[in-house]
Design a protein around this ligand. Sequence first.
Ligand code: GUN
Ligand code: ZN
Length: 440
Amino acid sequence: MKATALRGDLLDFTAAPVWGSTALHGVRWRPDHWLLVGADGRIAGALPGDQPPGEDWQRVDHSGHLLLPGFIDTHVHCPQLDVIASYGANLLDWLETYTFPAERRYADPAVAAAGAALFLDALLAHGTTAAVVFPTVHKVSAEALFDAARQRGMRIVTGKVLMDRHAPDGLRDDVAGAEADCEDLIARWHGRGRSSFAVTVRFAATSTEAQLAMAGRLLQRHPGLFMQTHVAENTAEVQWIAALFPQARSYLDVYHRHGLLNERAVLAHGIWLDAADRRLLADTGAQIAFCPSSNLFLGSGLFDWQAAVDAGHRVSLASDVGGGTSLSMTRTLAEAYKVQMLRGTRLSAWTALHTATRGAAEALGLAHEIGHFEPGALADVVAWRWARGPVAAHRDAVACGAVPGLPPQDLHARVFAWLTQADDRNVAASYTAGVLRHAG
Ligand code: GUN
Ligand code: ZN
């Protein structure tokens, strides 16, 4: 590619903002700047808008748009676009009624390939350039995702789902077959381009002890692998796990006993945890992917982010589509704000945006590559319209002090109003490694 300069209002983070504060700590705001992207697809620096780079730079004018690092969705299910927005069931019913039947289709390579393409194009159209993804139990579904992500230059973390019990015919594997499939996928995809393999335990209920032990062996055998699963999402689920694993201290402890918790472990939900669980997360470096729209939609509960902050464990943000109701990370952040309001805490726009960009990159150990505009990072960049439609445009004008009789508001107020209203219709352009992949 040619070296490219993108003009717009640059917003990224140099450090974590202070929890609960709207102060600008860690916020890097460079209105009307050129973001320089070298021919290698990496960030090369930034220049003020009135000092454009030389003629050898291809210039792309996104003036008046917000340029953010691409969002990182740390927990989302590719095959569940088929069941997004399915009516009236909590977790275990929802899995049986809607999700498992839909996932069976992904045994067919043509379905898996078409599903992966639809899904990754949709992520890009929503401003998400990196994701930690669940495919299905079928090896071909992971293969399809890795290949479709490679074609789009996207950062992906995924792996064949492990489930050898409590799942219908057509959705169960066995320990030896699953291990062989994982080894083959690791050999061919882990560390290739922008792909990493994740040992993907669906949840403790759908794996036997023998399969959980195999998952632990894979992690030991291949340092650098990720691990993804679900934990403590729903009270009925928590009771079921307690009955299945009577020797474990808690649901989280089931994973710990099998060596599955480390600094590259991503556990979705974590609503029904206790203090010892949170300490274990902090000690192992594992992160909880907070999935607010899913938690509301499936009636699962209200994630206690303050307790996570107090315990010092990592938190990222995720759509969890199809339990979640939108691939949009701005909608996800807006739902996170509402959940925290119901818990009596306030989520600032800074903490929300940091968590979905640099914070997620750091929690995943990928901050050398994504999440910010430091020179050397790959240029995963999204240009956002500040407003879509007359109501949002008026609200943005108020924030900017352009409505007579109302004083201008600070940057946090403007960004918060944007975040609360924005969705995929606000996305003007998405780039991965400096290459335009979506224009909206
Ligand atoms: N727990 C086990 N599988 C799933 C899933 O597909 N979605 C959600 N939200 N929770 C799960
Ligand atoms: Zn999930």
